[in-house]
Ligand binder design. Sequence first.
Ligand code: DGI
Ligand code: FE
Ligand code: FE
Ligand code: FE
Length: 188
Amino acid sequence: PLTRGQLVDRLRAALKPKRFHHVLRVEQTAITLAKQNGVDVEKASIAGLCHDYAKQRPDQDFIDEIHAKGLDPDLLNYGNAIWHGIVGAELIKDELGIWDEDILNAVRHHTTGAAKMTKLEQVVYMADYIEPARDFDGVESARRITATDLGAGVAYQTKHTLEYLIENSKPVYPKTIETYNAWVPAYE
Ligand code: DGI
Ligand code: FE
Ligand code: FE
Ligand code: FE
């Protein structure tokens, strides 16, 4: 397996500097949340580093991978925002040799969430949302809520992301709705 240093080198090569520095911040935030929530810190580190590995790949790489792995053809109706996690996990397996399904699921679900998420998946989903350079209306609330209750943070992000998608007439991936139904009414 790759060492952390080798993984960092692979991320530096795969990403533009701004995105590379984002993944380093997500790693550190994920480590903090992992310690607070009894989650495996090494898995949080690897998943945090890898979560956006495929973010800057051309669309054709994802389309090829959807066909090669027989992934849900409905994915073809979406774009990079949905592909880089769900399909990106397959590229991470192929190219970085990371086979740990806990880590791969955290990458798969980091954008849309999922109805059922392990604590590791919740940690990566939230770390991506609240890493220190994130700056949007409500990020301070998101940080405070997540520090108190990881699941409440998941609910907060899910609700606000769905509001944003609807407000901007973006297509909503069905899993995003499943995440909303599983997490948001339960916390209100
Ligand atoms: O990759 P990052 O920018 O660090 O963050 P991300 O992977 O969490 O989110 C990428 C974008 O995807 C973000 O603007 C929100 C958007 N998104 C989340 N759920 C959906 C979605 N976009 C569409 N079209 N549909 C969704 O269901
Ligand atoms: Fe992402
Ligand atoms: Fe995110
Ligand atoms: Fe990210």
